[in-house]
Design a protein around this ligand. Structure first.
Ligand code: G1P
Length: 294
């Protein structure tokens, strides 16, 4: 088999309604919620770019215009910043749309996270790609994107990135990979189960994102055909079809801290942690929190 080419494309499905976060998500995409001064999706994009990704395909919906606007130029604002000699702000604004080649595709219906990934197929073509969600991110060393890309190079087949979970309630939060360890931190996947329920996790490996060969798209197509009309397509259903024909691996990420900002409590924890570390306001914020502790 010829060696699989280097991954330079990433898909970020960002078309969901964000119902765990209503009412704010009625008009603000959950991916645009701020971690102090940056939206969550920017943190995800920056991680991908740092790892060598050039093309980022964002799958959005008609209600997610704010994401498209954020990664596009804003000429009036740029002219104003230029006129007022706000060089630092201007640089930051222009850096955003130069981060990568952004391609926006609208999902035609709310068809589930598998359907969202499948929507990106025409833009990805016959190349391998990463798929990251736009509402969770990680701080890891090396970054999760770099760890995942290295595992993909090594396995020469699709690889899922997982975190080790211990809490009973995690069984209701994640999709899980079941299989045997075949190499350091690498599992050969035998089965995947989407959100088995509290206390029902079949393994410690919660799936967070993945690096895929284009065969994943054909598997998603097959899974979609099997589903009845109007049913949501989960990416896990596509993966269970993919592993029947192609070896599928899962990597247990190392030195990782996972920030799920898709629900209220975890989002709040994320903001507080990043607030405490923030260059401009971190010190004062810590003093403030110490003052209100009791
Ligand atoms: C999605 C996936 C799930 C995965 C999780 C990771 O769930 O369906 O398999 O483990 O992301 O964040 P969601 O968080 O959209 O409910």
């Amino acid at each position: 088999m010829s060696k699989i080419t280097k991954i330079t494309k990433a898909v970020i499905p960002a078309a969901g309604f964000g119902t765990r976060f209503l009412p704010i998500t009625k008009s603000i995409p959950k991916e645009m919620l701020p971690v102090i001064d940056k939206p969550i999706i920017q943190i995800v994009v920056e991680e991908l770019v740092e790892a060598g990704i050039k093309d980022i395909i964002l799958v959005v919906s008609p209600y997610k215009r704010a994401i498209e606007d954020y990664f596009n130029p804003h000429f009036e604002l740029e002219t104003l910043l230029e006129k007022n000699n706000k060089a630092k702000e201007l640089k930051e604004i222009r850096r955003l749309f130069r981060l990568a080649n952004f391609i926006f595709i609208r999902q035609k219906q709310m068809g589930g996270n598998g359907d969202a990934i499948l929507t990106a197929a025409p833009a990805v073509g016959n190349d391998p790609f990463l798929a990251f969600w736009g509402d969770d991110f990680m701080v890891a060393k090396p970054s999760r994107a770099r760890q995942l890309l290295a595992a993909f190079e090594k396995c020469q087949s699709s690889v899922l990135a997982t975190i080790r979970t211990q809490k009973a309630e995690d069984g209701a939060k994640y999709g899980f990979a079941v299989g045997k360890t075949v190499d350091e931190r690498i599992i050969k996947v035998e089965k995947l189960i989407e959100k088995p329920g509290i206390g029902k996790a079949p393994s410690p490996w919660a799936v967070i994102c993945g690096a895929y060969t284009p065969a994943f798209f054909s598997a998603l197509e097959k899974a979609k055909k099997k589903l009845g009309e109007g049913k949501e397509l989960y990416y896990i259903d596509g993966l269970n079809i993919l592993r029947e024909t192609d070896p599928l691996f899962a990597l247990e990420l190392a030195n990782v801290r996972y920030y799920d900002a898709g629900n209220k409590l975890d989002y709040l924890k994320t903001v507080v942690e990043f607030g405490l570390k923030h260059k401009e306001v971190g010190k004062k914020f810590r003093e403030y929190l110490n003052g209100i502790k009791k």
